[in-house]
Write a protein that binds this ligand. Sequence first.
Ligand SMILES: [Zn+2]
Length: 265
Amino acid sequence: MSGRLRHYACGSTAHDTRTLFRGGTRDVREFPSGVFLYEPGDGRRFLFDTGYAPDPWPTGWRTSVYRRVLPPSLAPGDDIGAQLARDGVDPDSIGHVILSHLHPDHVGGLKSFPRARLVITSGQLETDEKARVRDAVLPGLLPAGFPGEDPIVLTPADFAPVTVAGRRLRVAEPWAGAGIRLVDLPGHARGHLGALVEDRVLLAGDAAWGTDLLDAAPRMRALPRRLQHHPAAYAATARTLSALSAQGIRIVCSHDRVVDRELLP
Ligand SMILES: [Zn+2]
């Protein structure tokens, strides 16, 4: 099977990488917010994440704090709903929207897909991180009635150990034979989820800020480390992804700069 996996950059933020990692060079780097459309070729359409919101979300002190820490930028027409429409993809034709985790740069385009079935994890729904700044800005971003009428909510029992390229992963398969499987990638946020497409490309969400930064996890500074839900699991996930990459699985993080937007050439 070879379907199509296409990358969309839906807004970005910028950071000096020295503030994230010890030993980094002075380098203000742009981190695009990636959205991925997978079409297995049987008429179904899966979206992985939704990027930044097309409009500034409701203001308030929380939003202003968030914007200072992670200044977002999204040009008009760069939200995922508008980009898909330009590609001739009706947002209503997206059957499933998979969310890696519930942070603003991943859920911002969700309102463009009121008919899609959401795929999330029970961990994501747990709200004990509410007090954190990043989670506190969500109420203005998620559609009313989130997570919708008939979401697929994966619990830990839905993930089974599977060996991929010599590494044990915890994998859920809601769609047998569709070419896309969901992978438990713990550490960054509670219930953080990745997607393995045709056993060739692993969409890794925020398992790292970039594929080239997987090996930098041990050098992460204290403040960004505290933003991780589970720092030890984050480091272990990064090691697993590095090993998969060495075995030929292409790892694509949500904030990678992707040059060729077709990921299954
Ligand atoms: Zn992110």
